[in-house]
Write a protein that binds this ligand. Structure first.
Ligand code: MLT
Length: 412
């Protein structure tokens, strides 16, 4: 007899984006005439080609793999030094942060890392999660058995929910109970909000006072336009003692289909065993990665390193400018249509209040049917996401302009 992990049964049937895909398929089958004009602003998937510097690095690394003298087999488990050193220099030292190359562990995705980190963390941890939230943080805790069942509202027993609303500018208040693990993501997916240094400092103080760990997702840091917004939790004094950071090449350099990311685990960061002894998490994460992963491929790590060349940096900046130009067009169109709009200024996501408090899946269907545009319903990101929808700015300029036109033409 074989048994399943019954914790999976607690999850809602589908992950958000497959459910959107199902509804979109239904729509295109029922409306073949409109299918050709469908524009996707749902999942935050990049649309523009990889930067030229990345393509050149990929080509040359592939050539190396075709020559016995320069061929490479297994990559070093935690990543090639050339990439880890480039990350440490450009993403951390250049902004005054003290992160060494060997604290950076290269992977194939921030989604996988933010899910897999639970392997090294105890099941007795109390988990704090923002609401709305990138669904991966919550679903992976449910899968790991860290929660009870969901109630009728969809809230899982045992989770400390941190509501993010327009009243707190989508940055959660510090809870009045202790949490052991806190998931924070800024610039935020899905709300597009940013957290200031003072706001993050309050979380670092709370984490240090409670012996908790902040799991900080900074996948969208490259989209920050305001000079004084922090790009990393490690810009905050004391964060090395209480935080792990996830970063990705997906959204800045267009690697969603190419796959490269990294996680920063400071060497001094510890958590306790049941007897109260401290253990370094860097060693545990290294052990986990070495056991379950054989490394991101050499050509992909070379491609990621090319992001940090002078040409690569300029090309990435152009990509960010392109998507943030789209975000501006979409924000303005939604505002002109009389909608209440958040985000979109330091992040590629625009978070919009549904008109008259309409349910977000109703608005999803309305926008799909009337404008042939795919958005993401806020309810898919959690209970507090109800009453909102998300528009992704990842698109061509022509599509962003067309979506703006269609939003303007709709009867909201
Ligand atoms: C999103 O649309 O929320 C993101 O694309 C999901 C992801 O990065 O995995």
């Amino acid at each position: 007899m074989a048994y399943i992990n019954e914790h999976f049964l607690k999850l809602k049937a589908g992950y958000l984006f497959p459910e959107i895909g199902r509804r979109v398929n239904e729509f295109t089958q029922a409306n073949p005439d409109k299918a050709a004009g469908l524009i996707r602003c749902g999942i935050g998937d990049v649309t523009e080609a990889l930067p030229e510097a990345v393509i050149e690095a990929l080509h040359s690394a592939v050539d190396e793999m075709g020559n016995r003298e320069t061929f490479r087999g297994y990559a070093p488990e935690l990543g090639y030094d050339f990439l880890r050193e480039a990350i440490a220099k450009h993403d951390y030292a250049a902004r005054g942060m003290d992160i060494s190359a060997d604290e950076i562990i290269v992977s194939d995705g921030a989604k996988c890392d933010s899910a897999n980190i639970l392997d090294i963390l105890g099941s007795q941890n109390r988990i704090a999660i923002t609401d709305p939230v990138y669904p991966v943080y919550l679903d992976t805790n449910v899968m790991a058995g860290h929660t009870g069942p969901a109630d009728d509202a969809g809230l899982f027993e045992g989770i400390i929910y941190l509501p993010c609303t327009d009243a707190n500018a989508f940055v959660p208040a510090i809870p009045d109970e202790p949490a052991d693990l806190i998931y924070l993501c800024y610039p935020n997916n899905p709300t597009g909000a940013t957290a200031t240094k003072a706001q993050l400092a309050a979380w670092v103080d709370y984490a240090k006072a409670n012996g908790s760990i902040i799991l900080y997702d900074a996948a969208y840091e490259a989209f920050i336009q305001d000079a004084d917004m922090p790009h990393s939790i490690f810009e905050i004094e004391g964060a090395r003692d209480c935080a792990i950071e996830f970063r990705s090449f997906s959204k800045n350099a267009g690697f969603t289909g190419t796959r490269c990311a990294f996680t920063v685990v400071p060497k001094g960061l510890t958590a306790k065993d049941a007897a109260g002894n401290d253990h370094p998490l860097h060693a545990l994460w290294g052990r986990r990665v070495a056991t379950k992963f054989n490394g991101t491929s050499y050509p992909i790590q070379r491609a990621a390193a090319a992001v940090y060349t002078e040409a690569g940096q300029a090309q990435v900046r152009a990509l960010i400018d392109h998507y943030m130009g789209n975000a501006k067009i979409l924000c303005e169109a939604a505002k002109a249509a009389g909608l209440e709009v958040f985000g979109g200024t330091n992040a590629p996501y625009i978070w919009v209040k549904t008109p008259n408090g309409a349910p977000s899946w109703d608005i999803f269907d309305k926008v799909l049917n009337e404008a042939a545009v795919v958005i993401t319903p806020g309810a898919g990101f959690g209970t507090a996401g109800e009453g909102y929808f998300r528009i992704s700015a990842f698109n061509s300029r022509a599509n962003a302009e067309e979506v703006a036109k269609r939003i303007g033409a709709m009867a909201w």
